[in-house]
Design a protein around this ligand. Structure first.
Ligand SMILES: [Zn+2]
Length: 536
């Protein structure tokens, strides 16, 4: 939440002291010079293809769930330190969060991408039908194994040019920990990770190049756990002496399932019961239900969450049990992306173009689409249009991403890059199939070029940073200011997924990728690319 002219002037002065005379003015580069630098960075990203591929494959093989990304974080921190970044670990009290910094002075460019996986998404890459590496284990069924490769590659390629030409600027790289739980970005904001940042470029896997500005279709949310406390008793011998916490969970759910009829079409409310008691003959003393409350605006999300707590209180009264303090375990503002930055990134997407897909890439894509009985369109060959704001009346709801919180604190865009197959369901093993194959590798290289080129735009054109902040201040936050859903006392839910990873980690370990022995993860697994279902 910075970018104030005064602050920028001070830090510019500070950086002038350290930078030799030739590079002192942050003058806009002339168009010819910028074009030459862009070509150079794109060529450097091409030369780094093996490096990029190894990062994509390595994270795929770790397949870690939110808050348990220990191997992934250790590996990425190592890569960044080897490449000259200073890394702070354990950011915001989150064991797997870190912040890597390189350079000095303004502008400060933050680059982020998620790193967590999906439960029960274990899948052999390059195989066009369900074939898990470890049955029941998590995996990258959302493709979060690819984004860090995109931003790290871009950062290193741009850093090389910055060092040679003594271009001032600071690059900060951060991980989206536990994005699937909407678990950490509000905490990173609270921790001040973005307070001196001028521009935040976020990346996310897609099945095409895509970037947009304004509020897109989708929701923000509060994710909260309601736990109840009753009293045990012999469920047959003296049930009247017990009070069932599970009753309160079920009454909460019944309340919501009746209320559903009277919610706006864009509202989403869903739950899982994480504790339903121990055994039938003991009246459950404890029970817990976990809710996601999704809506399209801050005030509606807040109202929905308040209603959730009213329902849980009512259920507790009916069941004669106590409602424990409500725990917020995740939150996300609806996203709002920056117009000038999105337009700059979009121009770079057009100049980079989609990857050249091989016949094998297309064969895999079509076989997977056929397996799912969705249109067999293959891989994307035309870039999508620049995304524009979706008016609230047209927003049909949908998913959330806690990049929303960052987007309300600093000018932010999400660059979606083409590393996956179109028409997939999301959050599913099938979304993992392409994610350690040439499809993901080529998409990550193309994505790194777009991020690198957009970084050069920001570094070389102070007017772009100014117009990004002007949009942020005068349009985006004119009538709506950021108020976090989390309170000062809330803490990240770092225990989430601990038991699932404890169950599967040792079974997954033999499948970790070893780039010192194998060129690719496909080679290590001995998978023929692509592997198709045997024809009957
Ligand atoms: Zn995601």
């Amino acid at each position: 939440m910075s970018g104030s002219r005064a602050a920028r002037a001070v830090s510019l002065l500070l950086c002038l002291a350290a930078v030799p005379a030739a590079a002192q003015q942050r003058q806009p580069l002339d168009a010819k010079r910028l074009a030459a630098l862009k070509q150079e960075v794109a060529a450097e990203v091409d030369r780094m293809q093996v490096f990029t591929q190894q990062m994509v494959d390595q994270l795929f093989s770790f397949g870690e769930l939110g808050f348990q990304e220990f191997e992934s974080s250790k590996y990425l921190v190592g890569v960044l330190r080897q490449n000259g970044f200073t890394v702070t670990e354990h950011v915001g009290g989150i064991p797997t969060a870190w912040l890597a910094t390189w350079g000095g002075g303004k502008p400060v460019i933050a680059l982020g991408s998620d790193i967590d996986g999906i439960p029960q998404a274990s899948q052999k890459p390059g195989v066009a039908y369900r074939d898990p590496l470890v049955e029941g284990a998590p995996g990258h069924g959302e493709g979060h194994n690819s984004g860090q490769a995109v931003i790290i590659t871009a950062a290193i390629a741009v850093k090389k040019v910055m060092e040679r030409d003594r271009i001032p600027g600071t690059v900060k790289i951060w991980p989206g920990v536990a994005e699937e739980q909407l678990g950490t970005k509000a905490y990173l904001v609270r921790e001040g990770v973005f307070k001196d940042v001028d521009v935040n470029i976020f990346t996310h896997v897609g099945d095409n190049f895509q970037v947009g500005w304004g509020q897109e279709e989708g929701t923000g949310l509060v994710s909260a756990q309601y736990s109840f406390l009753g009293e045990t008793a012999h469920a047959a011998g003296a049930p009247w002496r017990g009070r069932s916490a599970l009753d309160a969970v079920e009454l909460t759910d019944i309340g919501w399932n009746f209320r559903r009829e009277h919610l706006r079409p864009a509202t989403r409310v869903h739950y899982v019961i994480k504790d339903g008691g121990d055994q039938p003959n003991v009246v459950p003393r404890t029970a817990m239900v976990w809710y996601y409350f999704r809506e399209t605006s801050y005030s509606r999300i807040k109202d929905l969450f308040d209603l959730g707590t009213t329902m849980a209180n009512g259920a507790a009264q009916m069941a004669g049990v106590k409602l424990n303090p409500v725990r917020i375990v995740g939150s996300a503002w609806p996203t709002h992306f920056n117009k000038p930055l999105a337009e700059a990134a979009y121009r770079n997407m057009q100049s980079v173009g989609l990857p050249t897909w091989s016949a094998d890439d297309q064969t895999l894509a079509r076989a997977v689409q056929q397996e799912l009985k969705v249109p067999t369109t293959g891989l994307a060959t035309t870039i999508e249009k620049l995304g524009t704001p979706v008016p609230d009346s047209m927003n049909r709801g949908g998913g959330s991403d806690d990049i929303g919180d960052v987007s309300w604190n600093v000018p932010t865009i999400t660059v979606n890059f083409p590393s996956n197959i179109p028409n997939m369901p999301g959050h599913n093993w099938v979304n993992a199939i392409a994610m350690a194959t040439p499809i993901a590798h080529k998409g990550a290289t193309a994505g790194a070029k777009v991020v690198g080129l957009t970084m050069l735009d920001v570094l070389s054109q102070p007017s772009l940073v100014d117009s990004a902040w002007s949009y942020f201040r005068n349009v985006q936050t004119k009538d709506q200011q950021y108020v976090p859903f989390i309170g000062a006392e809330d803490q990240p839910a770092i225990e989430l997924n601990e038991s699932i990873m404890a169950k599967y980690r040792e079974k997954m370990r033999p499948f970790y990728y070893d780039p010192t022995r194998y060129k690719t993860y496909l080679e290590q697994l001995g998978i023929k690319y692509p592997t198709l279902r045997a024809q009957p």
